[in-house]
Each structure stands twice: as C-alpha cells, then as structure tokens.
Write a protein that binds this ligand. Structure first.
Ligand code: ASP
Length: 391
C-alpha cells in the first residue's frame, strides 16, 4: 500500500517537475531541496512523507506561476493621429471613414506584430509609418507647411526597458522621421540629432531620402495660405509676429501621430512623429522630439505619446510627468493622465491630449480639445477607434 501511494506521488511529482523548470525560481529551489532530502531519507516512510510535502508545496506554486506566465502574455497598442479643433459639423461620413480606415490599419498592423511575438518597438515604428505615409495626418506625407512654404519634421522614440531614446528635429528630406529617430537610438551615441546633420546621418544609415516637395499636399497648402493671411493681418494690428502667432486657431497647431505599445515580454515603447505647427518659423521645434515632453516610456510606469500645443507640453514635461505621478504617487495610469491633461494643462491654457499604456496593458487616451484621432487594441479583446469625446 505504502509503495503504491509512493509510486503515485512520484508520478505526480514527475509530471509537475518539468513545469517547474521554466516557471518560478522559488518552486525550482523548493524542488531541488526536497530532491536532496529524498536522497538522504533512508526508509520508504520518510521518502513518502517528503514526497507528500513536496507535492503539496509545489502544486500551488505551479498554479500561481502558470497564472503569472499567462499574465506576461498581455500585449496591447494605442495610436493617435493628433488632437485639436476637430469640428463635428465638418466631419462628413466619408471623411470620418477615411480617417478611421487609416487609424485601424495602423493599429492592426502593430497589433498583429505584437500577437506574433514581435517587440513593442517594432510595432510602434510600423504603426507610425502607416500614419506617416497617409496625407491625412500631420506627419510624414501630410506634414504641415512652415511659414516659408517648406516642411520641417520632428520625431522621437523611447524604449521603456532600456530607457534608450532617439529623436530628430527639423529634418526636411527624410521620408520616415520615426525610422531616423530609431536609428539615432540604436546606431548613434546621441539622443537627438537636428537639421542637416541628422540628414547626413540618415544617408549614412541608408534611409530613404526624398525631395522636400514629397511632403506637399493641397489641403495643407491651403491651410498655410489661410494661416498666413491671418498672421499678416494680426501682425499689422499687434506689431509683433509672436503675438500674432498666438492668435492662430487650434486647427493650425495640431496634427501629429504617435503610438504606444506593450509587448509579450513586458516592454513598453512610445513614439511620436510630426510636421509641427502650420506657419512655424525660425526653426521652431515642438514637443514631439523632446523626450519627456511629447514621448516617454519606462517599464516601471508607462509609455506616453502626446499631441497638442507643443510649447505647453514642453514646459509641463507632460509625458514624463504622467509616468512619474504613476510611479511615485502609486496612482493608476488613468488617474495620472487625467490630472495632467484635464487639470494641470487646462489650468495652464495648454490644449491637446495623449495616449498611454502601462505595464499591465491598461490604456488611457484623454484629451482636453474637442477631439483626438485615436485607436487601440488589446489582447484582452478590447478594441476602440474614435475621434470625438462621445465616441
Ligand atoms: N505637438 C505638436 C507640436 O507642437 C503639434 C501636434 O501635436 O499636432 O509640434
């Protein structure tokens, strides 16, 4: 009888042991200790007692560990295509569909990559590149015009595991600024490169270069003409270009695309790419390429990509502030993001929004403007695409 029970228990143990190898160190250690004890136990009764204890101790550990292993498989992505004065009355069904189609395409591209076990960094880059290639969004192909009638693009990326980051500002001929930001992160000893130097580096890295006119679109050009008309009138009135620029409506200030993602290994990544502000001058750089302002990622807290009035996002280091509040105040991602976007920024007069994801895969996408193009998808089955507050 005793030997039959012993055989059963040995069998149970043999079945459990392979699970221990890849599971927690603790259960592995317990297992090794009991194995050693078994070799010194001299009679069957002692062996039986030890095997019983071993089974009772390791079985719950296995259950806990396999639950943890399941949890580690959570992955998710969120993207945005800019915030600002998105007028519901101007949004025809056709226009809405066009935006949502690209948003879904970018989101799903990233999601499929994450589901296949690819990194959050690769998913963020792929999603942003789809948005950069669309003329609908103020990044890459759809970048706004500068005051002088050209395009100057900014982008950045940050990896939450390594805290490595790369950024580029004021580039004019790089087809995919987010790809260049990634090269800066991975192939240079710097975090941010700007202007001509960044373009020389892009060429060295073999990235696609285009004529600045590649970024021309009729809609953005018309927008520049409208902005300049207003600016010239206001400048005459106020006798100051900066004061005149202040009066420009939000539709000239926003656009930008971004993505945040969590991969199966638990790594967070955030990336942002933009053409900046319509009619910007004097080499103006916004928050999008500034690590901590427009982009931030840290596996200890969250990953954030911002869109909005860049000057405020720089001054209030919005992306890093959300992550820091979460980490140091022990509050949820949703709460931290809500306070920064709807209290701090609103009180300061800065409008815009962010997308953010934490290490558990929670996603939040608050904005204090009338709308924000956004979409998300998570391995827990939730997915979303929307533009307005009530979507
Ligand atoms: N934040 C960007 C900038 O200030 C603009 C935007 O989000 O559309 O350059």
């Amino acid at each position: 009888m005793t030997s039959t029970i012993a055989k059963v228990l040995i069998n149970v143990h043999i079945r459990l042991r392979p699970m221990l190898v890849n599971v927690t160190d603790l259960s592995h250690i317990v297992s090794i200790l009991f194995y050693n004890a078994l070799t010194v136990a001299d009679d069957m009764k002692n062996k039986l007692i030890l095997l019983t204890i071993l089974t009772l101790v390791t079985a719950p550990l296995c259950l806990v560990s396999s639950a943890q292993a399941q949890q580690e498989k959570v992955f998710a992505i969120a993207i945005h295509g800019g915030a600002g004065t998105i007028n519901k009355s101007n949004m025809t069904k056709k226009k809405r569909k066009a935006y949502e189609t690209v948003l879904k395409k970018a989101r799903d591209r990233g999601y499929v990559m994450l589901a296949a076990g690819e990194t959050s960094q690769a998913a963020v880059i792929a999603a942003i590149q789809i948005l950069e290639e669309s003329p609908l969004f103020n990044a890459g192909k759809g970048a706004v015009y500068t005051f002088d009638g050209g395009h100057e693009l900014d982008a950045s990326i940050m990896n939450g595991k390594t805290l490595n980051a790369g950024a580029v500002s004021g580039v004019k001929t790089v087809k995919s600024p987010i790809a260049l930001a990634e090269k800066v992160m991975e192939k240079s000893v710097h975090v941010m490169l700007s202007g001509e130097g960044a373009e020389v580096f892009a060429k060295q890295q073999g990235l696609a270069l285009v004529d600045n006119r590649y970024f021309n679109t009729e809609a953005r050009y018309k927008s520049l003409l409208r902005a300049k008309k207003q600016l010239i009138k206001k400048e005459q009135e106020l006798k100051d270009f900066q004061a005149a620029h202040q009066t420009l409506g939000n539709e000239y200030k926003y656009g930008t695309v971004g993505a945040v993602a969590l991969d199966m290994s638990g790594t967070l990544t955030a990336g942002t790419s933009t053409g900046g502000m319509t009619a910007k001058r004097f080499g103006r750089i916004g928050d999008a390429p500034i690590i901590g302002a427009g982009t931030y990622a840290n596996n200890e807290s969250c990953a954030v990509s911002a869109t909005g009035h860049g000057e405020y996002f720089i001054r209030y280091h919005v992306a890093a502030d959300i992550c820091a509040r979460m980490q140091y105040q022990g509050i949820s991602l949703e709460k931290a993001a809500d306070v920064v976007i709807n209290d701090v920024l609103v009180a300061a007069g800065g409008s815009g929004g962010i997308i953010a994801i934490d290490a558990a895969g929670n996603i939040t996408m608050p904005f204090n403007s009338s709308g924000m193009y956004r979409a998300s998808k998570s391995s827990n089955g939730e997915e979303f695409v929307g533009i307005f507050r009530d979507d």
